[in-house]
Design a protein around this ligand. Structure first.
Ligand SMILES: [Zn+2]
Length: 356
């Protein structure tokens, strides 16, 4: 466990928290369904995650920064503006923060706070601006600790060890892609967008053969549009706990929701990680449906009462988060390869084609 403290005066700023992987939707601010939707809480209580890339103001135009300087900041393809905010910001749930006060003249936003005037939370003891509280429209609610003025202090070891892969498989069946009101879940759209960028890089520019089923529902349309047909196709498959070993060229493997480890895929397969909750739904939800059908008779009615079928989407087509896809692709070093850069440039045009 870790406690975060003010680097200026040493005051404690959080309760003990355990590190987990950064959710794929942490910076998914653009929701195509609504302009002012208030989203949920980004971090579970008692956890923290680190944003590995530079983020936030000040911003400098791409033309002014240039490719070499942008690459040094982790941006490898043209973007409208390059963020000069720090890498390494720490996300925690607001309920886990201690000893802070808001900075009144920095509480700007639309229906909530967005940090547009700079860090809006100060250390209550010394007044240093230490964090940004965000809960504005289309933003996941979190407190982002500024790594330049906050330090981590090792705490007591966690009392419970991380769940094993088999335990996860039994106890955490995954998140459906459709919300109860029929809208596609923006966390799903974000996870799929990040994975699609990594799948593209793993394809080497060759077409990708996607097996029928939920993986095809999520990725095949976009991959078929982005990668031209050709003879040297690469095969994609799911790999992970509870699934048979695969012989595909590219494996979609789960990322452990506590440790951040990827399923240890063996062999020469290129592994692309996917958040556990998304991966588990792709891997197992059809089996769950089959088990319900096999229940039969009155037992089936009871199962449907307790485990109702996933809702159907009100919009037929699954849309990946295009903005997050481009954001992720611009931060993959492979985007400097000519074939991948050409795909990026085609999609990055304002009012350009929108294949998904
Ligand atoms: Zn302080």
């Amino acid at each position: 466990m870790t406690v975060f403290a003010c680097a200026c005066c040493g005051a404690t700023l959080t309760v003990p928290v355990a590190r987990v992987p950064l959710p794929a939707h942490a910076d998914a601010h653009v929701n195509p369904h609504s302009g002012h939707e208030l989203l949920g809480v980004l971090m579970e209580p008692g956890t923290y995650a680190v944003r590995p890339y530079a983020y936030g103001p000040p911003f400098h135009p791409w033309a002014e920064v240039g490719e070499v300087e942008a690459a040094a900041r982790g941006v490898y393809a043209p973007v409208y503006s390059v963020p000069y905010g720090p890498a390494g910001a720490v996300a925690v749930a607001s309920g886990d923060v201690r000893g802070t006060v808001f900075i009144p003249d920095r509480l700007v936003g639309c229906l909530g706070l967005n940090g547009g005037a700079g860090p809006n939370v100060a250390c209550a003891q010394c007044g240093t601006a230490v964090a940004t509280y965000v809960d504005d429209c289309e933003c996941w609610q979190a407190v982002w600790l500024d790594p330049r003025v906050v330090r981590s202090v090792p705490g007591e070891p966690a009392t419970d060890p991380p769940l094993g892969w088999e335990t996860l498989r039994r106890c955490r069946p995954g998140t459906p892609p459709v919300q109860p009101d029929g809208r596609w879940d923006s966390r799903w759209e974000a996870a799929a967008a990040v994975a699609l960028a990594q799948l593209l890089a793993a394809s080497g520019g060759a077409p990708v053969i996607v097996p029928d089923g939920p993986v095809a529902d999520a990725f095949r349309g976009a991959l078929d549009v982005l990668l031209p047909p050709g003879p040297a196709a690469r095969a994609l498959a799911l790999a992970g706990p509870g699934l048979p070993a695969v012989s595909a060229d590219i494996a979609l493997v789960p990322q452990h929701p506590q440790t951040g480890e990827h399923w240890p895929q063996v062999g020469a397969v290129t592994a692309v990680p996917l958040a556990w909750d998304t991966w588990a739904f792709l891997a197992f939800h059809r089996d769950r449906d089959r088990r319900i059908v096999q229940g039969g008779g009155s037992l089936r009615d009871e199962i449907h009462r307790d485990y109702p079928p996933a809702p159907l989407p009100t919009a037929r087509t699954f849309h990946l988060d295009r903005s997050l896809f481009l954001f992720t692709l611009a931060r993959l070093p492979e985007v400097r390869l000519p074939w991948l850069r050409a795909i990026y440039d085609r999609l990055n045009l304002r009012n350009g084609p929108a294949p998904f």
